[in-house]
Design a protein around this ligand. Structure first.
Ligand code: AKB
Length: 322
């Protein structure tokens, strides 16, 4: 069946790559990118791009009606570290943008919704190793609270109104095209940019902080696989645990040094250390594997090679333009 897809928050880290992949599957004109910030890249060659404030339901509704949108990927959110700086704003943004889309689905204007949750739904009392799908959850960040509440709202809209909403608990996501902003796992992206530019990184987490992570290609694939899965296979309507790799800053450094031997790192943990300490180290994603055949492609070594290759090539391309 042909779909017309709207991606809210398309200029962000996940959105910018998800839109490109979705356009390769569904056709450029069937995937409308939108964000509060314009993206030249996503609007290139007259590809559809709309400025939308996702906290304004009418903004979203007008675009849904204009294009006959059937599915919405709602990626707008303030992440964990920024959420601690602006708690009220984070709550307002994260919840209102979700409700607006759930309501449009309840009104039958769209028939499927994707909404990302996060490992931030877990907290200090959650088992840290192979964290189960169903377990004790006591998030300590505004972001985590908004994601856990959002998960239950998704389930509520599914149970009460039959809204086909699907969700993943993303781990930290690593990519080279668009940087993340305001998260606790951002170090695992920043480290690569600094390794290429300065061969040195000042890390805001301690050397032995283990966190679950995933390469962007895998995250995009998981998202699309979940959205394309037959509804009868989706047994979880809160959000699926999703897992790929896990490492500490020290382990990541050793892997980077295999390619950039002069790379050095220093550790100066800040307020984000406490957030990281409250999160799991590894995740049990067996439900995602069982229900819609999830598996990842990029292990640590492959991910590091691909990141460095791509960043080195784009640096060369930039300097040849000068
Ligand atoms: C963050 O660090 O806040 C995000 C996340 C794990 O959801 N990357």
């Amino acid at each position: 069946m042909s779909e017309t897809i709207l991606v809210l928050g398309a200029s962000g880290q996940i959105g910018s790559e998800l839109v490109i992949k979705l356009r390769s599957i569904y056709g450029v004109n069937n995937v409308i990118a939108s964000d509060i910030r314009f993206s030249e890249e996503l609007a290139k060659d007259e590809a559809p791009f709309e400025i939308i404030d996702a906290t304004n339901k009418n903004d979203i509704k007008n675009v849904v009606l204009k294009y006959g949108v059937t599915q919405v990927y709602q990626l707008v959110a303030m992440l964990s570290a920024n959420g601690e700086k602006y708690p009220e704003k984070a709550w307002e943004l994260n919840m209102t943008s979700l409700f607006n889309v759930l309501e449009l689905a309840k009104e039958k204007l769209i028939n499927r919704v994707f909404w990302p949750s996060s490992i931030a739904v877990f907290g200090p009392s959650t088992p840290k190793v192979q964290t189960p799908q169903e377990t004790l959850m006591n998030p300590t960040t505004v972001y985590g609270i908004s994601k856990l509440s959002g998960e239950f709202w998704c389930n509520y809209y599914f149970e009460k109104y039959g809204v086909d909403v699907r969700s993943l608990r993303y781990p930290g996501i690593i990519s080279w095209k668009t940087k993340p902003g305001g998260g606790t796992t951002d170090y695992a992206v920043d480290i690569f940019f600094k390794a290429i530019e300065e061969e040195h990184y000042n890390c805001f987490l301690s050397e032995n902080t283990r966190l679950p992570m995933m390469y962007m290609d895998d995250a995009v694939q998981a998202t699309i696989d979940l959205m394309q899965a037959d509804a009868s296979n989706i047994t979880i309507r809160t959000s699926y645990n999703l897992s790929a790799i896990d490492f500490t800053p020290e382990e990541l450094t050793l892997e980077i040094k295999k390619i950039i031997p002069d790379f050095t790192i220093e550790y100066n943990p800040d307020f984000r250390q406490e957030i990281a300490n409250s999160w799991p180290q590894t995740i049990d994603d067996s439900k995602a594997r069982e229900d819609w055949n999830w598996s990842y492609q990029f292990d640590l070594e492959l991910m590091v090679k691909d990141m460095i290759n791509n960043l080195q090539s784009s640096k060369k391309a930039e300097s040849s333009k000068l």
